[in-house]
Design a protein around this ligand. Structure first.
Ligand SMILES: [Zn+2]
Length: 633
């Protein structure tokens, strides 16, 4: 069959029907309702364009225009093998059920092209039609991306793809490689962006024409891109770059827009064939600007408390912009803003945790009190000099941290509810020997690098003495701490540090208190995040400045991990103060085995002493997860 003469937008206007369950406006497709989509669609059926890339805000209808419409077009006009890729196999199946199947059902021109659901030739992950087929793969599975050659590859939501699909490398490259046998291949890549430096869509669109949507000013006619920063958030008027008049959204959107290429030729002066489109949520006909304003206000409030997730989501999904990581180092002078605490434990503190770092010849511990919204008060930074491969420093650690009793302003007593001890590197077996009898109050941890790992990444038992060992996503924890160290206003997220009331005239500062000296704060400044290249991607890594010590960072990380251990009874937004009764607990606090009995009892419950050999194996397997959970928490 010769290639069709009609364009994708013409086909959609003729044959595509939007299904009620998946579209804001259902019924016959009308390209004029979404004028910015016409050129994107027609580029997809333009035989001179090998590749189309769209970086977009969420819910702009691009999945319909750039993924579903091409499938329908090729079924009717130009049959061929097609591969559609979603971030995971499960998402591909959901796409098949929730988006593709309704289109096939509701568009009369497509009805009957594919056998009925469930029949041979119509499976979730593969549908055949006369002259071609559609397969649906997940970017997390190299197996689902490889297979027979295809002419058209449609890659949806690529910034949620992993950097590599198993050991096979970049999933985009794997999928695109399947088109190499076709001279008339077509690749379509669509996504909301993620974080600058680690984004697939950022890298792909940089190789295209980079076209932006220009709208005429309703007043002076000057064509320009809409920009969230030029919207007055009180009046919701967007001001013109030229005449500075403000106009409402509907006035701007009524104008006739056009795509303008910012990169029509490449670095060598050659015309760029691959077309790329940036499309902002500001031109979304279905999302009004007051909604964006409210979301922005919420995101900014969260940001002030050190939480970047909302503003990141706002930029990525509403504006279709990359998020630039902020706060790559501590920017403010934490030493100068230290404060005098009114009591040993300031009134805002609800629970106390500690993090212990183990060095060759010393132990370091940061004891931190936590309040609502994770506002925190550093209580004491403990340094114990001594070889951790001997008993003495551990006995001192009991005294200074584990059994330590703090007093509140109203005479109540508090102590460390959970502490995490670093077991990587130095004196590992001594750490396990220390933590095991003190579980669940005291847990051995080890750090795992890597972007995007959950803070509490995994929980296992050690081989040597079956102590609980928790693996931490330290990069995630450091990022979180960095954001909070940069919070400027006391309240949620803010970090308090103590000082003494003695003023040193020479240094023009108050003397240190509770171990928080200049070296401690230099340690907090010792680490910063820089960008590095990995698998051809830029990625962020934490580096320590040469010759700087950074135990203060590590201790802080482990103390936050202690706060995040599940089932630790710490619920900062609803709990009452974690005080304990002096009479009973004083006696217990002096017994270093307190906590040990409870933890070992829990472990023993799951693993009775000396059962038969077969029972033991079975018991061990069964006990593994249950025991880990009950032993720690
Ligand atoms: Zn104007």
């Amino acid at each position: 069959m010769p290639p069709s003469q009609i364009t994708l937008s013409e086909w959609a206007d003729r044959d595509r029907v939007l299904s009620s369950e998946s579209s804001a406006e259902h019924g016959q497709w009308v390209t004029d309702n979404v004028p910015y989509e016409r050129e994107i669609m027609d580029a997809i059926t333009d035989p001179t364009v090998p590749r189309v890339v769209v970086q977009k805000g969420a819910q702009l209808g691009i999945t319909d225009s750039a993924i579903l419409n091409p499938i329908g077009y090729h079924m009717v006009e130009d049959p061929c093998p097609i591969l559609v890729v979603q971030p995971t196999v499960e998402m591909a199946e959901a796409f098949s059920t929730d988006r593709l199947q309704p289109m096939l059902r509701d568009s009369p021109a497509l009805r009957g092209k594919v056998p009925p659901p469930g029949a041979d030739g119509n499976k979730l992950s593969r549908k055949t039609f006369p002259g071609g087929f559609v397969v649906l793969g997940g970017a997390n599975s190299a197996a689902s991306l490889s297979g027979r050659p295809v002419r058209v590859v449609l890659l949806d939501d690529v910034d949620r793809y992993p950097v590599t699909a198993g050991r096979e490398g970049n999933p985009l490259k794997l999928a695109i490689a399947r088109t190499s046998a076709f001279w008339n291949r077509k690749v379509v890549i669509v996504s909301s962006p993620s974080t600058a430096g680690v984004s697939h869509i950022e890298r792909e669109i940089a190789q295209t024409t980079c076209e932006h949507w220009y709208l005429p000013c309703p007043g002076c006619g000057c064509k320009q891109e809409l920009d969230f920063d030029r919207i007055d958030l009180d009046t919701l008027l967007h001001s013109c770059v030229n005449c500075h008049e403000g106009f409402e959204k509907f006035e701007w959107l009524a104008g006739e827009g056009e795509w303008r290429a910012h990169r029509p030729v490449d670095e060598r002066g050659n015309t760029v064939l691959a077309r790329g489109f940036f499309i902002s949520g500001l031109v979304n006909p279905w999302v009004e600007w007051d909604i964006l304003r409210d979301e922005y206000a919420q995101a900014m409030a969260a940001l002030e408390e050190g939480d970047v997730e909302l503003i990141k989501a706002f930029k990525n999904t509403r504006l279709g912009l990359l998020y630039e990581e902020q706060g790559s180092k501590v920017k403010i002078d934490l030493y100068l803003r230290r404060e005098l605490y009114e009591s040993e434990v300031p009134d805002g503190v609800l629970a106390i945790t500690a993090g212990v770092d183990v060095q060759d010849q010393s132990l370091h511990a940061d004891i931190i009190g936590w309040g609502k919204g994770r506002e925190n008060w550093h209580l004491e930074y403990v340094t114990i000099v001594g070889d951790p491969k001997t008993d003495e420093p551990w006995e001192l650690l009991d005294e200074a941290v584990y059994n330590r009793v703090f007093k509140t302003s109203d005479g109540k007593r508090m102590r460390v509810r959970r502490m995490c001890v670093d077991s990587a590197g130095h004196a590992t077996d001594y750490v396990y020997a220390y933590t095991k009898p003190r579980q669940p109050r005291c847990i051995a941890v080890r750090g795992m690098g890597g972007l995007g790992k959950p803070p509490i990444a995994a929980t296992t038992f050690t081989k040597s003495n079956r102590a609980v060992l928790v693996s931490l996503g330290v990069d995630t924890l450091k990022e979180d701490i960095m954001n909070r160290l940069n919070v400027l206003k006391a309240g949620p997220g803010y970090c308090h540090f103590p000082r003494s009331d003695i003023f040193d005239e020479q240094l023009r500062a108050h003397e240190p208190a509770n171990g928080y000296d200049i070296a401690y704060f230099a340690g907090l400044r010792a680490e910063q995040r820089i960008m590095k290249s990995k698998h051809g991607f830029k990625t962020y890594v934490w580096v320590k400045r040469i010759s700087q010590r950074n135990e203060s960072w590590d201790c802080f990380v482990y103390a936050v991990a202690a706060l995040l251990l599940p089932h630790n009874g710490i619920k900062l937004d609803s709990m009452s103060r974690d005080v304990f009764s002096p009479v009973v607990s004083d006696r217990r606090a002096q017994t270093s085995t307190f906590g040990a009995q409870k933890a070992s009892a829990l472990v023993e419950e799951a693993q009775p002493t000396r059962p038969s050999a077969t029972a033991r194996t079975e018991q061990r397997q069964r006990a593994r997860f249950g025991a880990i959970n009950s032993a720690i928490y």
